[in-house]
Design a protein around this ligand. Structure first.
Ligand SMILES: Nc1ncnc2c1ncn2[C@@H]1O[C@H](COP(=O)(O)OP(=O)(O)OP(=O)(O)O)[C@@H](O)[C@H]1O
Length: 303
């Protein structure tokens, strides 16, 4: 889509994903407000925040499932006017919060159905010829997540951690350079989550960029190179896990007050706006933070 190319920056200097001023409105609710975010190749970037902060909406907007304004740039090319399937073909894929696997298909078949072409022509070709994914793409994705050995098993024969990895592999199948993972570790215990995190790092080491949404803070802090924190649809902080977790605005909006008290003298990250008005959002669990910020269902626009 060269007609949308707007940046003078050399392509090699461009991150894999860049959003500029990405905004989503649902009626009077601003679910995402002017989000600027980047993900580089081989990088794991976390997107965290209270329930209703706008994380899934951001993934919906980037992948074309939610109507948005602003720019979505993949490898230097604007794709924000393309539909979800074109964005998928351009090299980005997502997982869904309720990403159940087909229980009566094998692992390999679960991946194969994810790359079936869509549209009338594809449907006709499917009826006439029977469609198969291009040779090797399923095997490659299984290899990347380390599931080659269980390709012919059914999901219920796998551990929960392996099932979660099948979900990730399904997104990786084909020429996927960027995956957006929406709570991919939900339901995993501490040990499984740690192993899952190790796999994410191995996937990123192959050059894939990962945007990770999860409430499991141990996982997020462990595997992410950088974090963005959303509250009421806005980025209230961005930086390394260490920087973000020390940020008073983040602590107030999401992490709970315990950390503030633990580190009273820690300097504020310069990127924090301190705009958060969430006051009751307490997250007391040590690893999983699922705070529902007071009315943190994004900013109500006054019209
Ligand atoms: N399809 C929709 N129609 C209307 N409002 C929506 C829609 N999807 C999300 N919202 C609203 O947008 C805001 C952001 O929701 P979103 O699901 O993106 O938050 P989230 O950070 O992913 O939350 P969680 O951590 O619970 O998954 C919320 O106020 C939500 O109610």
């Amino acid at each position: 889509m060269p007609e949308h190319a707007t940046t003078a920056v050399a392509p090699e200097a461009e991150p894999l994903l860049r959003t500029r001023g990405l905004s989503v409105h649902y009626g009077g609710v601003t679910a995402n407000a002017d989000i600027d975010l980047t993900v580089g190749a081989g990088e794991i970037v976390g997107l965290i925040g209270p329930n209703g902060a706008g994380k899934t909406t951001f993934v919906d907007a980037v992948t074309g499932f939610a109507r948005s304004s602003g720019e979505v740039i993949l490898s230097g090319r604007r794709i924000d006017r393309s539909g979800p399937h074109r964005r998928r073909r351009a090299g980005m894929a997502r997982t869904w919060q309720a990403g159940e696997l087909f229980s009566d298909l094998t692992v390999a078949q679960n991946l194969a159905v994810a790359v079936q072409p869509v549209g009338l022509r594809a449907m006709v070709a499917d009826v006439i010829n029977g469609s198969r994914p291009p040779a090797g793409v399923v095997e490659k994705a299984l290899d990347v997540v380390g599931l080659t050995d269980v390709a012919d098993r059914r999901p219920d024969e796998l551990t929960l951690g392996q099932q979660k990895l099948v979900g990730v592999a399904r997104a990786l199948v084909g020429d996927t350079g960027l995956v957006l993972l929406d709570e991919p570790a939900a339901g995993l215990d501490t040990h499984e989550s740690r192993e899952f995190g190790g796999e994410l790092r191995r996937i990123a080491a192959t050059g894939v960029g990962i945007l990770l949404i999860d409430h499991d803070m141990s996982l997020v802090l462990d595997v992410c190179d950088r974090l963005y924190v959303l509250d009421f649809g806005r980025v209230i902080a961005a930086g390394s896990p260490a920087e973000v977790t020390r940020d008073p605005a983040v602590v107030a909006a999401y992490l709970g007050s315990a950390e503030v008290e633990a580190e009273p003298d820690t300097p504020t990250d310069g990127q924090a706006s301190g705009e958060s008005t969430a006051t009751e959002s307490t997250a007391t669990e040590s690893t999983t933070t699922e705070s529902t910020a007071t009315e943190s269902t994004a900013t109500e626009e006054t019209r």
